[in-house]
Design a protein around this ligand. Structure first.
Ligand SMILES: *Cc1c(COP(=O)(O)O)cnc(C)c1O
Length: 377
């Protein structure tokens, strides 16, 4: 019998190295240094090495990481921050809370990532930053975004919550890890992310040592040393316990990534010829770490019919995201209208993410493929 298919199977994933997680937990309890304990710095150093030597500053979650990234730029209130209209809401929530002005731009229909031409067109003298999202596990066009931001003198922030470990190769031939190209990169260790902890967690990346120091201070009440406050900061630290667990999970990340890519390759091969279905487009300059395997299904109602068919066959799927940012009531104040971002709006009607986690076995993947094809042919 086929084991039940889940959208995410963390219990199965963790079972493979339960003893290591147990030991990390036990050591943390014994050492009792629950805030800023030694595992935090050790994890930051290990993740930095994993990402080609970037400075890593851990924090409490991926949304705080975006807030801290923007704080580190010291942008005056009202400064415009360009963000994609098709993303998780946290990408612009931080800007909005800081009194900055989110400026939405449309995304590309094939990669789902921000359209560099739309970014260029949205620049004004009040633009202070561009937040690019590496959606679903593949890098946005870092080549064009870097050129545009440098020419305009605005900061590039990479929201890398979904593409930790992905790489981008520039025309010059140099390759960089997602999150380490812009002024600041951010990530999340929310449990469902590719590198997830057992609660909330996040981190920032930068190649600039001075900015790393600033980010460290901002994440810890603006302190340079205890009770000496250089700037107004946040209480946004990664718990020692989460850092200890993340050290274990980081060791298993390459295998988990390879497992995701193997599932994606099977979907690609089986689904590339299904009429009306688009497999995820690959940008040849970027690797894809498949935080999500997201297909698009054309034709009114066909995506929802496929989702219902899968559900009826005990296959969970998900819609990331059902509404573009400008259709969210919280962001109505920005004044956008339906029709302003046609690609984002269409994607919300057409996308469907299939299970792609490392715990899937071959039979499960074959069954999912069979049911997708049975529904659409
Ligand atoms: C998950 C996510 C975040 C927020 O991370 P949290 O740790 O949940 O605060 C931000 N941006 C994107 C694109 C995400 O997927």
């Amino acid at each position: 019998m086929l084991p039940p298919i889940q959208l995410l199977d963390l219990a199965a994933e963790h079972a493979a190295y339960q003893a290591e997680l147990d030991a990390a937990w036990r050591d943390t309890v014994q050492q009792a240094a629950f805030i800023q304990g030694p595992a935090v710095g050790a994890f930051a150093a290990e993740l930095g090495a994993h990402l080609g030597g970037a400075h890593v500053v851990p924090c409490a979650n991926g949304t705080d990481a975006l807030t801290l990234a923007l704080l580190s730029l010291a942008l005056p209130p009202g400064t415009e921050v360009i963000v994609p209209a098709f993303t998780y809401v946290a990408t612009l929530e931080a800007a909005a809370l800081l009194g900055l002005e989110p400026v939405l731009v449309d995304v590309l229909p094939d990669t789902f990532n921000v359209d560099p031409a739309a970014v260029r067109a949205a620049l004004t003298p009040r633009t202070g930053a561009v937040v690019a999202v590496h959606l679903f596990g593949q890098c946005a066009d870092l080549e064009q975004l870097t050129i545009i931001c440098q020419a305009a003198g605005v900061a590039l922030i990479e929201d890398n919550a979904q593409a930790l470990g992905a790489t981008f190769t520039f025309a010059s031939g140099s390759t960089a890890y997602a999150g380490t190209v812009g002024e600041v990169g951010t990530t999340s260790f929310f449990p469902s992310k590719n590198l997830g902890c057992l609660g909330d967690g996040g981190a920032l990346f930068t190649r600039d040592a001075a900015r790393a120091t600033l980010l460290q201070q901002l994440a810890n009440h603006g302190q340079s040393q205890k009770y000496h406050h250089q700037c107004i900061g946040l209480n946004s630290r990664l718990d020692t316990l989460q850092a200890a667990l993340l050290r274990v999970k980081l060791r298993h990340l390459p295998a988990a990534q390879a497992a995701r890519q193997a599932v994606a390759a099977r979907y690609d091969a089986a689904l590339s010829t299904v009429p009306g279905l688009q497999i995820p487009a690959r940008d040849p300059r970027s690797s894809h770490v498949f935080h999500q395997y997201t297909i698009t299904v054309e034709g009114g109602g066909r995506r929802d019919a496929l989702r219902a068919h899968l559900q009826a066959h005990s296959i969970p799927s998900a819609i990331y995201y059902p509404l573009p940012v400008h259709a969210q009531p919280a962001y109505a104040y920005l004044g956008y209208q339906v029709g302003d971002f046609p690609v984002a709006e269409r994607l919300c009607q057409q996308v469907l993410s299939l299970p792609v986690h490392p715990g899937l076995n071959g039979e499960q993947v074959a069954y999912i493929i069979d049911q997708v094809i049975a529904s659409l042919f």
